[in-house]
Write a protein that binds this ligand. Structure first.
Ligand code: ADP
Length: 379
C-alpha cells in the first residue's frame, strides 16, 4: 500500500472515530466501552455527568471502579467467565444494579451490555441509565398506596359509624327498657328474686352484645397490616357476618354462605382479608341496589391442591366489557360518592399475600369476584 493511501485510510479512520465519539456524546444514556480486561476505552459525556469523572480520569482504568461492592469484587470474574464460556449473566440481558459515583454515593442504574468482536479481541459496550428518580417515584407511590389504604380503612370506618349508631341503639334500648322494668318490679312488690335475676341477666346479655360490636369494630381498625398467621378462611367469613349485619338490615338482600369443608389454613392478615371481603360484599350490595335480578349474595369457599378460593357473587348488573379492565384501577368509580380505591386496594392486598383477585360475570347475570390465596405448605 502506498504511503498516501495509508495516510488517506488513517484520516478516514480518525474521521469515523470522531463521528462515533460525537454520536456517543449525543446519547442521553451513559455509554462505556471496555476491553476484554475491563479497561475503559470510551466514556461518553452522559457517563461523565452520571458518574462524576472526566474521561481522562478513568481512561485505561478498570471499569469496576464505577461499581460498589459486591459487583466490584465480582466483575473481573464475570468478564473472564463470559470470554471463556460464552455464558452471559448480564450481556444481552440487562438488569438493575448499583453504580458508584466519584463522590462515593451509590445510585440505582439500569445496565445493558453488548459485546462486539473486533478482529481477534472482544470489546464490551455498556449502556447505563440512572434510575434514581424512577426509584424515588416508585417509593413515593408505594408510600402513597400505604397511606391510601389507611384512608380507605378510616373511610370505611366513617361509613360504618352511622350503621354502628344504629346497631348499638338496639342493645342500648333493650338495656333501658329492662332497667325500667326492674324499677317497676321494685315499686310493685311481689316479684320473686328469680324474676329479678332473669331481668338482670337480660341486661347483662345486651351489654355484652354492645361490647362485642365495639370490640370487632376496634379490631378492624387497629389490626391492619398485622401479622400473617395461619388462618381459617371459613372462620374469617363467619366473623364478617357481625360486621355486615348492619348493611343487610338496610337492604332487602340476604347473604348465603356455601363454605367448603375442612379447608386448609392460609397465611394471612385476618383484618386485611376481612377488609377485602367487606369491600366486595358492600360493592355487591351497591350494585344490586342499582339493578337486581335476585336478592341473594353468595360467599363460597373451596380449595384445590395449593389454593384456597373464596368467591363473592351477586345478582347485580355485572361488569360491562368496557369496564372490566378499569375496575381495578385506582380512582375508577361509577358511583357519585365512590372513591374508586376499594378494588385497587383489595387487589394490592391479595397480591401482597401471594394471591390474586379477579372478576367475571356469571352466565345467569351478576358479577362474581374470586379471591385466591396460596395454601401454607408445611415442610
Ligand atoms: P367504589 O366502590 O368507590 O366505586 P371500587 O374500586 O370498589 O370503588 O369499585 C370500582 C367500580 O367497580 C365501581 O364503581 C363499580 O362500577 C364497579 N364494581 C365493583 N363491584 C361491582 C359489582 N359487584 N358489580 C358491578 N360493578 C362493580
Amino acid at each position: 500500500m502506498t504511503s498516501s493511501r495509508t495516510t488517506e485510510l488513517k484520516a478516514q479512520i480518525r474521521d469515523a472515530e470522531a463521528r462515533y465519539d460525537a454520536l456517543l456524546d449525543a446519547a442521553v444514556d451513559a455509554i462505556i466501552q471496555i476491553d476484554a480486561n475491563g479497561h475503559i476505552e470510551r466514556f461518553n459525556h452522559a457517563a461523565e455527568r452520571i458518574f462524576g469523572y472526566r474521561f481522562d480520569e478513568v481512561k485505561g482504568q478498570n471499569v469496576k471502579m464505577l461499581m460498589p461492592q459486591p459487583y466490584q469484587g465480582e466483575h473481573d470474574g464475570y468478564i473472564k467467565h463470559y470470554v471463556d464460556t460464552g455464558q452471559a449473566r448480564i450481556i444481552g440481558i440487562g438488569r438493575e444494579v448499583k453504580g458508584l459515583h466519584k463522590d462515593g454515593h451509590t445510585f440505582p442504574i439500569e445496565l445493558s451490555v453488548g459485546d462486539v468482536q473486533e478482529g481477534d479481541h472482544k470489546i464490551f459496550v455498556g449502556i447505563i441509565r440512572d434510575i434514581s428518580e424512577r426509584k424515588l417515584v416508585e417509593k413515593e407511590a408505594a408510600e402513597l398506596r400505604e397511606s391510601l389504604a389507611h384512608v380507605a380503612r378510616v373511610g370505611s370506618m366513617g361509613e360504618m359509624a352511622s350503621g354502628l349508631a344504629h346497631e348499638l341503639n338496639q342493645p342500648l334500648t333493650a338495656i333501658a327498657s329492662y332497667a325500667r322494668a326492674s324499677k317497676r318490679m321494685l315499686e310493685q312488690p311481689g316479684a320473686t328474686p328469680a324474676q329479678y335475676a332473669q331481668t338482670l341477666e337480660k341486661i347483662a346479655d345486651q351489654a355484652e352484645r354492645a361490647g362485642e360490636i365495639i370490640r370487632r369494630l376496634r379490631g378492624f381498625l387497629r389490626r391492619s397490616g398485622g401479622p400473617r398467621e395461619a388462618q381459617d378462611c371459613n372462620a374469617i367469613i363467619r366473623e364478617l357476618l357481625t360486621l355486615l349485619e348492619i348493611d343487610f338490615r338496610e337492604h332487602p338482600f340476604r347473604l348465603r354462605l356455601e363454605l367448603g369443608k375442612l379447608l386448609p389454613m392460609v397465611a394471612a392478615d385476618r383484618i386485611q382479608l376481612q377488609q377485602v371481603l367487606l369491600n366486595l360484599v358492600r360493592n355487591a350490595i351497591d350494585a344490586m341496589s342499582e339493578f337486581s335480578s335476585g336478592n341473594e349474595i353468595v360467599i363460597s369457599s373451596s380449595a384445590d391442591e395449593d389454593t384456597i378460593m373464596i368467591s363473592i357473587s351477586d345478582c347485580g348488573p355485572g361488569i360491562s366489557e368496557d369496564k372490566a379492565d378499569l375496575i381495578f384501577e385506582p380512582f375508577f368509580t361509577t358511583k357519585c360518592n365512590g372513591m374508586g380505591m376499594g378494588l385497587a386496594l383489595c387487589k394490592t392486598i391479595m397480591r401482597a399475600h401471594g394471591g390474586d383477585l379477579t372478576a367475571t360475570n356469571k352466565p345467569e347475570g351478576g358479577a362474581c369476584f374470586m379471591l385466591r390465596l396460596p395454601i401454607e405448605k408445611t415442610a
